[in-house]
Design a protein around this ligand. Structure first.
Ligand SMILES: Nc1ncnc2c1ncn2[C@@H]1O[C@H](COP(=O)(O)OP(=O)(O)O)[C@@H](O)[C@H]1O
Ligand SMILES: [Mg+2]
Length: 500
């Protein structure tokens, strides 16, 4: 079964004309004889070269699209009326006919749209996406070609590669079908997608609408992937709240994208034509400024660049302090032990300088910080050993340990965002991160003792009382601030994922 000789499908839908063409097939305007109304029929066209077993995957994908879209009833989502299966197993989707054009075509014909219109389109799309997310569906292919405009109505269509919660099949094959230009960094990197991925694509779509071209362009897919994953888009020409929305949505780290509520507020302001951020528009959902400032470094992972650079700066300070240990008398690290220790440290610093511009690689920064920290401690212990001393937390050592601990704090903050982004469900994310954060706090404050213990040496607190108190309380405050900042701020940020 399919179109019969008279161009009728399932004895009911008469083919009229072709209204669209996408990656999966053609979309036809058709007349439903039973209900005497016009409908849109999506016909799956599997390319000739696709093998038989792969064909079944295409069919299943289309089936899924029908089921996903049918699960959603929302004025901003194209309604699915019916699904027909041909004799060959090929599925057809019968849906509401949208009498208009796709945003893609509008942009090709008209060029960029005014900011207020774009904001209104964004609001409608955000509503539709929120409805899908609340139903456990991530669209995964939000782009201008899948947004239909009918007068003032805005409709989201094409759930062809949507990820349906509890249905893991096809995820991989679906992943390569998304259109690269609008794919989120986590999608191009093959990581798991979450509702925040749709928010990125929403940002890319609105950017294209207001600029007339997508945020990232490149002649080949490879270059496009690199640009999406690592570069910042050119600032959009529009200003005000719409620019703020675009900037926020196009944040590389899904955990750092603004919440749908905040995006909605800004889009409302932009749709009303407000010039700047209005007084009625709340700032980003920043909780507890007190905790924020108290544990600035701990929450700095919000801004990955600051996390990575903070970690590097602190670790270089650590190395400088350690080299100068015992300054004033004998520079033990520089003069008393084999030179491979200070030379190795300098080499490590030189290598880590390269990380300064790789701000999207926080895990690499963490590894560098950990390696240098261990190296520093081993060097300091060896130097003291060479001098016949026992390692003591005297004033010099105190500062290099504290700087080392701060380096770890920044590095963990950056790496945690990567970890958070990999866990799609809010519940397991919070549980795992809570444990991880406590462990990290212990590691960052206690690592010198652990390293000394492994080296079979004893660390004694300094004899001159004040610096011991300062050292222990500085570490204690750091640990508490770190844990408090994570505990208070994580749940607020988890609101990113409605319906999950
Ligand atoms: N319900 C509809 N009403 C009108 N036009 C539609 C409808 N659905 C899709 N189209 C048009 O067909 C094009 C391709 O449809 P789409 O579902 O995105 O297919 P594909 O999965 O192949 O990308 C869309 O860009 C749009 O122009
Ligand atoms: Mg499409």
């Amino acid at each position: 079964m399919g179109w019969d000789r008279e161009g009728v499908l399932a004895g009911r839908y008469r083919r009229l004309d072709r209204i669209g063409q996408g990656g999966m097939g053609a979309v036809w305007r058709a007349h439903d004889a039973d209900l005497d109304r016009e409908v849109a029929v999506k016909e799956l066209r599997v390319p000739e070269q696709v093998a038989e077993d792969e064909r079944a995957v295409w069919y299943a994908r289309m089936e899924r699209e029908a089921r996903a879209a049918a699960r959603l009833r929302h004025p901003g989502i194209v309604t699915v009326h019916d699904r027909v299966v041909g004799e060959d197993g090929r599925p057809w989707i019968v849906m509401e006919l949208v009498r208009g054009r796709s945003l893609d075509r509008v942009l090709a014909e008209q060029g960029a749209l005014p900011a207020r219109r774009v904001a209104a389109i964004g609001l409608a799309m955000l509503d539709a996406l929120s409805a899908a997310h609340a139903n456990g569906i991530v669209h995964r292919d939000v782009k201008p070609a899948n947004v239909l405009l009918e007068d003032e109505r805005v409709l989201l269509t094409d759930f062809g590669i949507a990820a349906v919660e509890g249905d893991a099949t096809l995820t991989r094959s679906g992943a390569v079908l998304g259109t690269p230009a609008y794919m989120s960094p986590e999608q191009v990197e093959g990581r798991s997608v979450a509702p925040a991925s749709d928010l990125w694509s929403l940002g890319a779509t609105l950017y294209a609408a207001v600029e007339g071209r997508p945020p990232f362009t490149a002649p080949a897919h490879g270059g496009l992937f690199v640009a999406i994953a690592t570069r910042d888009p050119a600032p959009p020409r529009c200003g005000g709240p719409l620019a703020e929305v675009l900037r926020g949505l196009l944040t590389k780290d899904p955990a750092d994208r603004p919440s749908p509520e905040h995006v909605r507020e800004l889009l409302i302001a932009a749709a009303k034509g407000l010039a700047g951020r209005s007084a009625t528009v709340a700032g980003p959902p920043r909780s507890a400024t007190l905790v924020d400032s108290m544990a600035g470094a701990a929450v700095i992972g919000r801004d990955q660049a600051v996390a990575v650079r903070g970690a590097l700066a602190c670790i270089w300070i650590t190395v400088a302090f350690t080299m100068l240990l015992g300054a004033g008398d004998d520079f033990p690290l520089l003069t008393q032990i084999e030179h491979w220790v200070p030379v190795g440290l300098v080499l490590a610093v030189i290598l880590s300088i390269g990380l300064w511009s790789l701000t999207h690689r926080p895990v690499l920064a963490l590894v560098a910080v950990a390696v240098i920290n261990v190296w520093v401690t081993v060097g300091a212990l060896l130097a003291n050993h060479a001098l016949g001393n026992e390692m003591q937390a005297d004033a010099d050592a105190t500062f290099s340990w504290l700087a080392g601990a701060f380096a770890m704090m920044f590095a963990f903050a950056g790496a945690n965002r990567v970890l958070a982004a990999r866990i799609p469900s809010v519940g397991s994310r919070q549980a795992l991160l809570s444990v991880v954060v406590v462990l990290e706090g212990l590691v960052m404050t206690l690592w010198p003792w652990a390293v000394a213990g492994l080296g079979g040496m004893q660390l004694h607190p300094p004899d001159h009382g004040r610096s011991e108190e300062f050292f222990v309380s500085a570490l204690g405050i750091m640990l508490l601030a770190w844990i408090a900042a994570q505990a208070v701020l994580r749940p607020a940020r988890a609101g990113l994922d409605p319906g999950r």
